[in-house]
Design a protein around this ligand. Structure first.
Ligand SMILES: Cc1cc2nc3c(=O)[nH]c(=O)nc-3n(C[C@H](O)[C@H](O)[C@H](O)COP(=O)(O)O)c2cc1C
Length: 229
């Protein structure tokens, strides 16, 4: 099993997306998978200009020669794709959006309809890939993940509100179940192709109202202090 992961946080190793990605990738390695992680902000990826030449003049091939050449070939060969993103403006980061727009050559231009949903079929009959979405936010509630959940409806969702929890010993204790469940989810997905319902629930963290209020106060205090210095 080949697992290909993308960290799309510009904070790279300093961010909290990376911590969760590593929990997941360690679990996948333990289950025997080969894992590879890219920091998308380090890649040379030109923005799609919507010329559609990858559908017309050179079917399956973009006009740009950049790091997407190797990414697309590795993407097609992977059994599992893991997208890691912080929530920016209630959405994925623009780094992830840019990379995904450049996946247009992987689709055929034809429009088809299945169960009321219009879509473009895949150009290459690739093996069925598992998709995992890891997202972290600054706000302490699940509402901020609403849009990204819908962007990846068929993915396993690993969603941690107030990601800074992972840097604080007390915070880590509070999300202990989450920290333990993430590698278990990876192992189950690699070995069995599916994840138990109780594990799926544990990797989507929901804080009680009292905790949310406390986290808001901590965040507000932090920024007030930071502004003084
Ligand atoms: C430009 C920008 C926009 C953000 N927008 C949101 C948002 O809409 N909702 C939210 O909960 N957090 C938002 N955040 C906070 C990040 O999601 C949070 O800091 C996250 O932990 C960053 O992940 P990282 O540590 O991996 O970089 C935003 C942060 C930045 C820099």
């Amino acid at each position: 099993m080949k697992v290909l992961a993308f960290n799309t946080s510009p904070r790279k190793q300093q961010g909290t997306t990376d911590i969760i990605l590593d929990y997941f990738l360690n679990g996948a390695s333990e289950a025997g998978a080969t894992v590879k992680k890219y920091y998308v902000t380090e890649l040379d990826i030109q923005g799609c200009i919507g010329c559609f030449k990858c559908w017309t003049e050179t079917p399956g091939r973009c006009i740009y020669r950049d790091d997407m050449d190797k990414i697309i070939s590795e993407y097609l060969n992977a059994d599992m794709i893991v997208f890691g993103t912080p929530i920016y403006n209630e959405n994925i980061t623009h780094y992830l959006q840019r990379m995904m727009e450049r996946m247009l050559p992987l689709l055929l231009p034809w429009m088809e309809e299945r169960q009321g949903i219009i879509y473009h079929p895949l150009r290459y009959r690739s093996k069925h890939q598992k998709i995992v979405l890891i997202a972290v936010s600054g706000f302490p509630d699940q509402r901020t993940f609403h849009h990204v959940r819908n962007l990846f409806p068929n993915a396993l969702h690993i969603l941690l509100p107030f990601g800074e929890m992972l840097r604080d010993p007390e915070g880590k204790e509070l999300v202990k179940d989450f920290i333990e469940a993430v590698p278990v989810a990876a192992r189950q997905l690699i070995k069995r192709g599916e994840v138990d319902q109780d594990i799926k629930e544990k990797v989507i963290v929901k804080y009680r109202s009292k905790v949310k209020k406390e986290l808001m106060e901590i965040a507000n205090r932090f920024f007030k202090e930071a502004m003084k210095t």
